[in-house]
Design a protein around this ligand. Sequence first.
Ligand SMILES: N[C@@H](CCC[C@H](N)C(=O)O)C(=O)O
Length: 284
Amino acid sequence: MEIPYIKMHGLGNNYIYLDLFKFEIAEERLSDIAQKVSNVNTGIGSDGLILIHPSNVAPIGMRIFNKDGSEGMSCGNGLRCTAKYAFEAGLVQDTSFQIETRAGNVEAEVKLMGDEVEEVTINMGKPILRRSLIPMAGKEREKVVNETFIVAGEELKVTAVSMGNPHAVFMVEDINKAPLYELGETIEKDPRFPEGVNVEFVEVLNESELNFRVWERGSGVTQACGTGACAAVVAATLNQLIPKHKTITVHLDGGDLFITWDENDDVWMNGGADIIASGVYHYR
Ligand SMILES: N[C@@H](CCC[C@H](N)C(=O)O)C(=O)O
């Protein structure tokens, strides 16, 4: 089967995008396609697959599949790329529009440079903090903030945040010493997170800058994670390491995102999105 695709990235977090306004794909094939296109040796190579699709509740919808074929609920970098593509391809005409995700609708606003989208701001909604809704096993709590988390004999402190998808955030002294490869997968699959978890290590540089690295659920180490950067700012605020309601620059491996957790409890993400290539994937 020949499948037209676009490859885009947000700060190096790269996905193969299918524009389902133009064609349909059978639901039962999606997980398999995600795994195959993501393979850098036998596919195209990506962190996963994203579908841009017609929606009954918004002008466009977005679905995300990780490298391992599992479906995520949301994707911050994917939302910025989806917004850029949707505007430039004429799927939407307004510069502000809603995008449906499995975690609910979000509001996107594109900023133009000529005809091209230069940057995108998304209202990622309100963080979910209640333990059972992350979901995280254990005694129910309104928030999981700086809680002792012993893993592989190491004592860490976790702050748990859902941005529609689950994040376990660990504050570290030095991002270069974060045990990303050593503990990322073990924490992702830890039974205390029954649906798995995205794992973030965060170093507070000062009251407006964070360093950030991520091990993504279903994809491993990636260059950036938009929902993770939002979770990092919420976690650092809850730990009283940065002030409330300020725009924070998050330095990720692939570049910077600008995140604000505002007075109305909404988390805003601003950053770039880029188109890399388009073509036809030969799916077997
Ligand atoms: N890269 C993403 C998040 C993708 C989904 C995640 N791995 C999950 O399973 O929840 C982002 O930019 O937010």
